[in-house]
Design a protein around this ligand. Structure first.
Ligand code: PGA
Length: 259
């Protein structure tokens, strides 16, 4: 049975390579994935390699429907920010998406809700589709403040972004305790949080906009649990880390999105 909400919003499966693989791996990965995913029409696919590998990824996916995403951008437009890449620079390469506010960036590189908001705005301004990550820690879940945490992160991330830009925004719910741990949130549990995010979008932007936004789940998604997660009404795709490094495993998750 094809999910009803397909009428309103896209299903997206995005692979987050994190700091894995080499520039010289991109070609063979890309060729394999393109071959396997050649007929896929029911979902959008994105591959997000480290920024140094973006040109190679653009080149290999150029003749396919597979979009390329960055994992980060600078929150400033240009200037003296050694080591950073601006949204305009990333866009100019032909990149389509950018992951913003991943919990690893928040945890290891001091990203805050405020910088996430600046980056989201920079992405939108430059024609990149931000995949904005939100998620609670294990402590927060145990304290019963998951929804509060998600609401605060989402509201701040979207501050100042008008309704007409929301169709070009993707939100990824990634419970921190599920990332890279092999522990996945139960499908219904993950859906509850995604539903809350949509409620917040509805209150802020109205029902039509809220139902047009794709909300992804991320955190140990793999070929075994993907169908259950992706069958949930408010989960519109996945942000896949570990399992995206192998094109076959990634492809199996893409196939699971066909429901
Ligand atoms: P994981 O990572 O699938 O390896 O848990 C997901 C993510 O961090 O985006």
């Amino acid at each position: 049975m094809i999910k009803m909400n397909r009428k309103y919003r896209k299903t997206i499966i995005a692979g987050n390579w994190k700091m894995n693989l080499l520039p010289s791996d991109v070609r063979s990965y890309g060729d394999k994935l393109k071959r396997m995913a050649a007929k896929i029409k029911w979902c959008d696919i994105a591959v997000c390699p480290p920024s140094v590998m973006l040109p190679a990824a653009i080149k290999v996916f150029n003749d396919s429907r597979i979009g390329v995403g960055a994992q980060n951008i600078c929150d400033q437009a240009k200037g003296a920010y050694t080591g950073e890449n601006s949204a305009a620079q990333i866009r100019d390469l032909g990149v389509k998406y950018v992951i913003i506010g991943h919990s690893e960036r928040r945890q290891y590189y001091g990203e805050t809700d405020i910088s996430v908001n600046l980056k989201a705005k920079a992405a939108v301004k430059n024609g990149l589709i931000p995949i904005i990550c939100v998620g609670e820690s294990l402590d927060q879940r145990e304290m019963g403040i998951t929804i509060e945490q998600i609401r605060i992160q989402t509201k701040i991330a979207l501050f100042g972004i008008p309704a007409d830009k929301m169709r070009k925004i993707v939100i990824a719910y990634e419970p921190i305790w599920a990332i890279g741990t092999g522990k996945t949130a139960a499908a219904e549990e993950a859906n509850e949080v995604c539903e809350e995010i949509r409620k917040l979008l509805r209150a802020q932007y109205g029902a039509r906009t809220a139902r047009s936004v794709s909300i992804l789940y991320g955190g140990s998604m793999n070929e075994a649990n993907a169908s259950d997660l992706l069958a949930q009404p408010d989960i519109d795709g996945g942000l896949v880390g570990g399992a995206s490094l192998d094109p076959e495993k990634f492809h199996a998750i893409i196939l699971a999105a066909n429901q």
